[in-house]
Design a protein around this ligand. Structure first.
Ligand code: ADP
Ligand code: MG
Length: 140
C-alpha cells in the first residue's frame, strides 16, 4: 500500500458544534496524520469552484450557501491509502446510510450538513490540496 495524501474539510455544521477535536480524534485513530490544517471562511466564489462538479445538481445552490454559512477547517491527511482510508471513516454521504462508528453516523446532521468532505480520488486529492495549500511546504 502506498503513502498518499488526501484533502479534508470539517464543514460548518461541525465547527459550529465544536466537533473539530472529536473529528480529528477519529481521523488520527485510523492512523492517518493531519499534516496541515487551517480554519477559514469560504467565499461564495471558492465554494462554487470547489463544488463545480455538482453545478447541475438540484442541491448545488443550497450546498454553496451551507458551506459559506460558517467557518470550515481545511486539512491535508497523509498515510497508507489515505483517500480510501478517510472515505471509510467518513461514512456514506447520507448519515442514515453510514456505518456505525463513522464520522457521519456519529456527527452528521443530515445529507447536506454531513460534517466532513474527503477527496474521492488521488487526482482530485492533489487538485484540492493545491487549491488550499499551494502556499506552504507540507512536512509529512
Ligand atoms: P460526498 O461528500 O460523500 O463525496 P457528493 O460528492 O455526492 O458526496 O456530494 C457533495 C456534498 O453535497 C455532500 O457531502 C453533501 O454535503 C451534499 N449533498 C450530496 N447529495 C445531496 C442531496 N441529495 N441533498 C443535499 N445535499 C447533498
Ligand atoms: Mg464527493
Amino acid at each position: 500500500m502506498a503513502i498518499e495524501r488526501t484533502f479534508s474539510i470539517i464543514k460548518p455544521d461541525a465547527t459550529r458544534r465544536n466537533l473539530t477535536g472529536a473529528i480529528n480524534k477519529k481521523i488520527e485513530e485510523t492512523g492517518l496524520h493531519i499534516v496541515a490544517q487551517k480554519r477559514l471562511h469560504l467565499t461564495t466564489d471558492q465554494a462554487q469552484k470547489f463544488y463545480e462538479v455538482h453545478k447541475e445538481r438540484p442541491f448545488y445552490n443550497d450546498l454553496v450557501t451551507f458551506m459559506t454559512s460558517g467557518p470550515v477547517v481545511v486539512q491535508v491527511l497523509e498515510g497508507e491509502n489515505a483517500v480510501a482510508t478517510y472515505r471509510d471513516v467518513m461514512g456514506a454521504t447520507d448519515p442514515a446510510n453510514a456505518d456505525a462508528g463513522t464520522i457521519r453516523a456519529e456527527y452528521a446532521e443530515g445529507i447536506e450538513a454531513n460534517s466532513v468532505h474527503g477527496s474521492d480520488s488521488q487526482d482530485n486529492a492533489e487538485i484540492e490540496v493545491d487549491f488550499f495549500f499551494s502556499d506552504i511546504e507540507l512536512v509529512g
